[in-house]
Design a binder for this molecule. Sequence first.
Ligand code: ADP
Length: 368
Amino acid sequence: MGAGPRRGAGVTGGLVSAHADDAERDAEASVRPRRLAEFVGQPRVREQLELLLHGALRRGAPPDHILLSGSPGLGKTTLSMIVAAELGAGLRITSGPAIERSGDLAAVLTSLGTGDVLFIDEIHRMAKPAEELLYSAMEDFRVDVVVGKGPGATAIPLDVEPFTLVGATTRAGLLTGPMRDRFGFVAHLEFYEPAELERVLARSARILGVEITPDGAVEIAGRSRGTPRIANRLLRRVRDFAEIRGEGVVDRAAARAALRVYDVDELGLDRLDRAVLGALVESFGGGPVGLSTLAVAVGEQPDTVEEVCEPFLVRAGLLARTPRGRVATAAGWRHLGRTPPPTLFGAPPPSADRQPDLFGDAPQPPSA
Ligand code: ADP
C-alpha cells in the first residue's frame, strides 16, 4: 500500500514483497482475523488495545484516537477492523493519498455516525490543509469548512459526531508533531517471530481448508520475513504446488520444492535480493560500493535497490549501509556459500568454502 517502487509484475518478483495489490487484498480478506483474540502475536499491543477498548465500552464513549505504525503487512488494517468490531462500531476506510483536498476529508468526517471508526492508512501522506482540518475534528469534533476564496471567504463550522480515528503509517518519522500529539494511543507493530508466523499459517490453512503439517509451517514461516502477509501469500503458492504436483498436503517437502520453483530461498530472499548481494560480493569484493554502482550492476533503479531490497538485507544482517557505501557482512558472504575475508568484522577463521545451499534442499545429514 505504501509509496515507492515495487517489483515488476512477475510472480517471482513480488512473492516476498510486503505490499499488496487489490487482487491480493481480496485474497487476504478471508483469512483476516476479525477479533482481538484471533490476532496472533504482538502481545503488548494486543493487551494495551484490549484495555483501551474495554475501558471505552464500559464508559460508553469512544476511545482515544489510535496510531499504528509498522512495516507493510504486519496487521495495521486488520487491527483497525478489529477495533471497529470490538466496539461494535461502523468502519470507514480511506488513505492519506486519497485525501487530496480538505473538502474530501470534510465530506468523510461529516458523514460519520456516532462512535464510528475512521481508518486512514498512510496517514503521513495526507495533504497539509486536510491534516489541519483533521486536528480540530480529532480534538473538538468539529471542522471549519472554508467556502469561497479571498476576502469573501467564509468559514462554516460543521459538527462531527464523536468518532475514533485509527491512523496507520509505515513511516512514523514522517508524521508531524501536532499530528502525532493528537493520538492518545500509539502502538508500534514489530516483525513476527517464526513461531508466531507458524500460528498465522496454521490458522489461515484451517480457514482455506488446506492441510498443513507442522514442519511445512516451519518451512514457510522461516521464509516469510517476519511478515504475516508474506506468510499467507507463500502458503497460497505452496498450496497450488501441493495440489498440482503432490497430494495437496503442505508439508516440508512441498514447501521446499514450491519455494524453489518460486525462487524464494531459506531466508526469504528472492532472485533480486540475491542478485544484489551476489553483485556486492562477486563484483565488488564485498564493498564498500555506492548505491548507484550496485544498482547498475543488477540492472535496476537505485531506488528499487534501496527501498525494495536493502531494508530486508539489512534487517537480515546480510548487508550494511556505511558512510562509504554498501558492504556485505560476514553473514552475507556465508549466505552465498562464500567464506568471508578474514579482515571482515565478525568473520570466522578461514575454512574450506561450503557449497551454497540457498534453498535448503541439499541432502540433510543423517540425524544423530
Ligand atoms: P497492513 O495494513 O499492516 O499492511 P494487514 O492488516 O492488511 O497489514 O495484514 C496483511 C495480512 O496479514 C492480512 O490478510 C491478515 O490476515 C494477515 N495478518 C496480519 N497480522 C496478522 C495477525 N497478527 N494474525 C493473523 N493474521 C495477520
